[in-house]
Design a protein around this ligand. Structure first.
Ligand SMILES: [Zn+2]
Length: 454
């Protein structure tokens, strides 16, 4: 791809960095954006990167969205605010998750602007506006066109797209772009983000055939995850140890997918009587809203979870499980001295109700903090993983006396072995090895692929 009249592909974000996925494909003068994610980093830099698009949003004909993670969708309302009027294509579940996730993001943008304006006020600087607000989200939602898995859709004369289950999060899609050029057809596979076989609730990733070129995300292209089953037993062990000490288990968890996965495992462990039937609190309004969307989309579930539903069982409901929406109810949990499990957000412990639970429980050695997600540098979550003796919460220092149990098995991203296996499986069904463009850890993963197949 590259010369005049031939389709061009530009990577505008998410390359050699893990956030801000955004790619531009141009076919005979029409411009299609694939994903429109948030760049997440330091506050000022993030704001600048997210505010300014490297193209005119009005000039984009359509947007294709792979899945609802905020690093793939978070900047959509800003794109719309700045003049984008085309269609937004996604699966149905992704559309519904975006509705919940982007409203939460708008709320965070408003909070962020308030924070920046406090500083600006002190320095006699002009106030800033939130990157976008709820109205921009509502306008964005009106542009969505939802397409189920496996149904091809003509986005333009020269471009047909088909979504396949990515096995990554609810509704996530691997996108096949069939591009016509001078009577020839090219199959481009956007294999981003690739999930894992055997994740709870979700179906396994679909192996897509006949691709000429593959764009592959390889966030974990340089490492191997633990087995998912091992994660379940590690979770079981930390709960039992903590219960024996009469403590509480605090689980910081992302609201989308990880919370639902943990609920799935807790339910299973309680059913098998491998852990005591402790009270479990999901203390995050966003996680509760996301769980409601999960309930609407059993078509995305694996056989086991669908079987449960057919037999009248709800994977996200069991005795002792409480969903906590109201602030007063969240506060009430801290006065209950009984052993319990608290699942709360944000996943990296940077904001939200989890901070209150950590503050109240971190100095008691009977308690445990179960770390089940990746914790980025400079976050409170990372400081806890590294077992710093003292950590700051709400500006005050607390001694880290609770047990810290790090469980690495729950990732929803394919690791190095799984990425390579996926290419091998897809390769079996095509005559030529497709060219592979990796978006991250480019040397490490392509080196391994070369070793195996070239
Ligand atoms: Zn993702």
């Amino acid at each position: 791809m590259g010369t005049e009249n031939r389709p061009t592909l530009q990577f505008l974000g998410g390359v050699r960095e893990v956030t801000g996925s955004m790619h531009l494909i141009e076919i005979r003068g029409k411009k299609f954006l694939i994903d429109c994610g948030f760049f997440q980093g330091r506050r000022e830099e993030s704001r600048k990167r997210n505010e300014n698009f490297p193209f005119n949003p009005e000039s984009i004909d359509a947007l294709i969205v792979s899945h609802a993670h905020i690093d793939h969708t978070g900047n959509i309302p800003n794109l719309v605010k700045q003049g984008f009027k085309g269609n937004i294509y996604s699966t149905i579940a992704t559309r519904n998750l975006c509705s919940v996730m982007l409203k939460d993001s708008a709320h965070i943008q408003e909070q962020d602007a308030k924070y920046i304006n406090k500083e600006h006020h002190l320095k006699y600087m002009l106030p800033v506006q939130p990157l976008y607000n709820i109205e921009d989200v509502e306008k964005s939602m009106e542009l969505f066109i939802s397409i189920p898995y496996g149904r091809s859709f003509n986005v333009s004369q020269d471009l047909t797209i088909t979504f396949f289950d990515a096995g990554h999060i609810l509704g996530a899609a691997l996108t096949v772009l069939d591009i016509k050029q001078d009577g020839r057809q090219t199959r481009l596979g956007y294999i981003v983000d690739l999930g894992r076989k055997g994740l709870p609730i979700l179906s396994d990733p679909v192996v897509v055939n006949g691709l000429d070129t593959v764009i592959m995300e390889s966030t974990y292209g340089d490492r191997l995850h633990g087995k998912i089953e091992d994660g379940e037993s590690e979770l079981r062990d930390v709960i039992n140890r903590t219960y024996k000490r009469g403590g509480k288990v605090i689980i910081p968890a992302f609201s989308l997918e990880r919370t639902q996965e943990v609920l799935y495992f807790l339910r299973r462990l309680i059913d098998k009587k491998q852990i005591p039937a402790l009270p479990v609190y999901v203390d995050s309004p966003l996680a509760i809203n996301v769980t409601e969307v999960f309930r609407l989309h059993s078509e995305c579930f694996d056989r086991e979870s669908q079987y449960m539903l057919v037999h009248g069982e709800d994977p996200f409901s069991f005795e002792g499980l409480h969903y906590v929406r109201r602030v007063e109810d969240s506060k009430a949990i801290q006065f209950d001295p009984q052993p319990m499990i608290i699942i709360s957000a944000s996943g990296m412990c940077e904001a939200g109700r989890i901070l209150h639970h950590l503050k109240n429980n971190i100095e008691d050695s009977r308690n445990s903090i179960a770390i089940i997600s990746f914790m980025a540098q400079h976050t409170l979550g990372r400081r806890i993983v590294e077992r710093e003796k003292k950590v700051k919460i709400f500006g005050k220092e607390y001694e880290l006396k609770a047990e810290v149990a790090t469980i690495n098995a729950f990732s929803s991203h394919a690791d190095q072995k799984e990425l390579i296996e996926y290419v091998a499986d897809a390769h079996r069904s095509v005559t030529l090895l497709p060219s592979i463009i990796c978006l991250l850890k480019i040397r490490k993963i392509s080196h391994h692929i070369k070793q195996v197949y070239f």
